[in-house]
Design a protein around this ligand. Sequence first.
Ligand code: PMP
Length: 396
Amino acid sequence: MSPPELPEWIEDDLQKIRDTGLFRSRRTFKPLTGGRCMLDGQTLINLSSNDYLDLAHDDRLIAAAASALSEMGVGARASALVSGRTEWHAKLEAQLAQFEGTEAAILFPSGYAANLGIVSAFANEQDTVFCDRLNHASLIDGCRLSGARLRVYRHDRLEKLKRELDKVTGDGKKIIVTDSVFSMDGSLAPLVSLCDLAEKFQAILIIDEAHATGVWGASGRGLAEELGVEHRVTIRIGTLSKAVGAMGGFVAGASDLIDWLWNRVRTQIYSTALPPAICAAACKSLEIIQAEPERRRVLSERADFLRNELQQRTNVTIPSSAGPIIPVILQDPGVTMNVAAELQEAGFLVGAIRPPTVPEGTSRLRVSVTCAHQRDDLERFLKALDRSLARNVESR
Ligand code: PMP
């Protein structure tokens, strides 16, 4: 039986995506240990991963997951509210609360689901949401879904946010929503100033610590810990899919907040709970993050080395920031794709990021470092990048 004919607009749109150089193809990737991966049969140094602490392939996580897998099987079978919340979910919630120093915690099927569900549960049509222009799509989608008035600001120009906060009148809530570490930019949200503004204008502050959990803060709790503002942020959302090396979103907080989220956030209520084996792996990972702070130290040393080296190049822009996400801004999407392809030929995988994920004119390589990378891997990467930039980019 032949499939139904596709509507013409799909063909037209696909052609438009191809014509503008923005077509995204699918590749088959296999993660390997030691900061490496296999792509289409070639072994590469993987500088595109969010597994910052090199835990996704850790034998201890694998053993924890394997044991829970043979005990409970693969899927959770139902949403957490119905019958899918196992002993492993309860253990992980308790461990997250202990890690974050809070009364309780709640899990979500993914970081995306947590952001989408939480923002749309907090905000409604009477409210105004203030959203950073570089926020992750899941926060932006949550703002849209809520039906609230949307005001977009830039974290490097907070005067606009202040003006907009000042303009809002009426009874509706004011809600500021931000990533703490911007995923495609590596820049850090000015959390202290955002807390000051939230307090001055009685706004709720929601932050997404997806790329900060396990990476920032003396105990790895995130950028709010690093900057000493955990107690000033209304709600901090984390993901288990990046430095924790597993999967799932979470919020840790006061019992009443967690009870409210449990009863109101639709992406949690209406989606199947995380697989129990994933929860067992995440429990092990949190233990390791607390017991082995040297992982964070190595990560920070490697990231500083690479960022400093890249900042000396005159033919690319490297925004000043810190941490393992380093954007190499090449502006043009075609050049970005060429350089990424040449780096792949030379043995390195980096993300090639184009609009609409980033603003027009800011196409970039997203280079992410993990504590598994050796200094030598990074030095070889720099040489390969220099060769490719010499071919593709004029000196500025
Ligand atoms: N927030 C940010 C800032 C992210 O970068 C991502 C994932 N890329 C998410 C949320 C979504 O998290 P998850 O992958 O766990 O759904």
